[in-house]
Design a binder for this molecule. Structure first.
Ligand code: FAD
Length: 413
């Protein structure tokens, strides 16, 4: 065998799994193969602090490059795994080499959904997934540059906020009638719409993009289906991501819009694990299989795989959580708004400090969206995880502290 454990994809999940395997006492050979030139790094700052120039390239790294040598992790950057043959425990690299392994962890992440519009391949139409993408965007965002952001999801809105900080003129084009339509409550959408407008961003909602128009061989305008035309100097498209499950699917591993895994991150093929954005995984709190794209998810599944491979107890299941930073606003979300019968707002919407509690028909708290409300988020993690039953009137009552709210025992599920 060339290696004990082969990890394909040196991103947040893959890099974390390699470190956790050593932390759990794994002594065999670990090989971590990633197609990007950098050691594992964090993507969240790419649309936030890094884009604004507040962080250096080194600040992005999950761990210093020397960590991998110190821990005897063979890190191979700028190398792509072309195919895997799980029956023979082999992987073929783009260098032509074949590696044999005992166990395989797929951590291939996700890729951006492409816009099928005329002109989408013009120079100046950019996307944001990697550090190299972020470099291109930052280089284009001179003060006064006109930026068209296509997609009013988290990444698009974070890019818009960072671009304003850099002095760019920004218009966000969103096809739905509200921002964050698929992922957040109407209260949150309204809050972010007001926040962006207040910071000088032009929002075009219900905007169906027809094409990008060239100017001097470069993107020069966005044209909508209603024929309105908006001049721009650069465009960033952020319309969602797709799981990188091709390697697994081609090898006959069960996939369904994501590599299917169990609570130990095991795929349908013995000895093959999958973690992070590339998976569809069970979320016990909701009894559903979900595809989650977040750092906490990547870490949780890296822990699951590392624990299982080292015969350690599985980590405790977490309720999914996520965050986004825009201007001086920190959004933290815990849980998923499934089977919601009503929402209750706690705090002051107009002051931009509030939390939206999502309750099911039995008043169990399914999810909490906390805007500049860290206490609601922190206590909310326990409440959502425990499916606690909460009294809607007490949630809305500012005289009841989060500690008092959290003291209410959850009804058995
Ligand atoms: P990735 O980090 O994408 O790593 C996968 C790696 O595998 C990539 O480097 C890829 O090139 C490589 N790879 C793929 N196929 C192969 C192959 N065949 N051979 C070799 N290498 C391969 N999450 C949050 O929780 N909060 C945030 O605020 C937040 N902000 C974000 C902002 C941006 C701009 C982006 C892009 C993402 C953000 N996310 C955020 C999401 C978060 O970064 C991802 O969920 C996380 O990176 C997933 O980790 P991963 O290891 O599964 O995938």
């Amino acid at each position: 065998m060339d290696t004990g454990i082969l990890i394909v994809g040196a991103g947040h999940a893959g890099g974390s799994a390699a470190a956790l395997l050593r932390q759990n006492g794994y002594e065999g050979a670990i090989t971590l193969v990633g197609e990007e030139p950098l050691p594992p790094y964090q993507r969240p700052p790419l649309s936030k602090g890094w884009l604004k120039g507040e962080l250096t390239a080194d600040d992005l790294l999950l761990r210093p490059a020397a960590f991998y040598t110190d821990k005897a992790i063979a890190l191979r950057t700028a190398t792509r795994v072309q195919s895997i043959a799980p029956a023979g425990r082999q992987a073929t690299l783009d260098t032509g080499e074949t590696l044999t392994y005992e166990h395989l962890i797929l951590a291939t992440g996700s890729r951006l959904r492409r816009l099928a519009a005329p002109g989408a391949d013009l120079p100046g139409v950019l996307e944001l997934r990697s550090a190299a993408d972020a470099e291109r965007i930052r280089a284009a965002l001179r003060p006064g540059a006109r930026l068209a952001v296509v997609g009013g999801g988290y990444i698009g809105l974070e890019v818009a906020a960072s671009a304003r900080a850099l002095g760019a003129e920004v218009t966000v084009f969103e096809r739905e009638a509200r921002l964050l339509a698929r992922v957040a409550s109407p209260e949150l959408s309204e809050h972010f719409a007001a926040l962006h407008r207040g910071n000088g961003v032009q929002l075009e909602l219900g905007a169906d993009l027809a094409a990008f128009e060239p100017r001097d061989g470069h993107v020069g305008a966005v044209v909508l289906r209603d024929s309105r035309r908006f001049d721009c100097d650069v465009a960033v498209v952020g319309i969602g991501a797709l799981a990188n499950d091709g390697l697994a699917a081609e090898a006959g591993i069960a996939c369904q819009d994501g590599i299917l895994v169990d609570e130990f991150a095991r795929t349908s093929h013995e000895g093959v694990y999958a973690i992070g954005d590339c998976t569809r995984r069970p979320v016990p709190r909701y009894g559903r299989m979900l595809r989650l794209e977040s750092v906490p998810n990547a870490l949780e599944q890296a822990k699951q795989a590392a624990a299982h491979l080292c015969n350690k107890p599985a980590p405790r299941a977490e309720a999914p959580w996520f965050w986004s930073d825009q201007y001086d606003c920190r959004l933290q979300i815990v849980g998923m708004a499934f089977d919601v019968a009503r929402t209750v707002v706690r705090g002051d919407l107009s002051a931009g400090k509030f939390a939206v509690f999502h309750l099911d028909a039995d008043d169990r708290v399914q999810a909490i969206e906390a805007v500049n409300a860290p206490q609601e988020f922190v206590a909310g993690k326990q409440l959502v995880g425990a499916a606690a039953v909460l009294d809607p009137e007490r949630i809305a009552d500012p005289a009841v502290t989060m500690k008092e709210l959290a003291a209410i025992p959850g009804r058995a599920q």
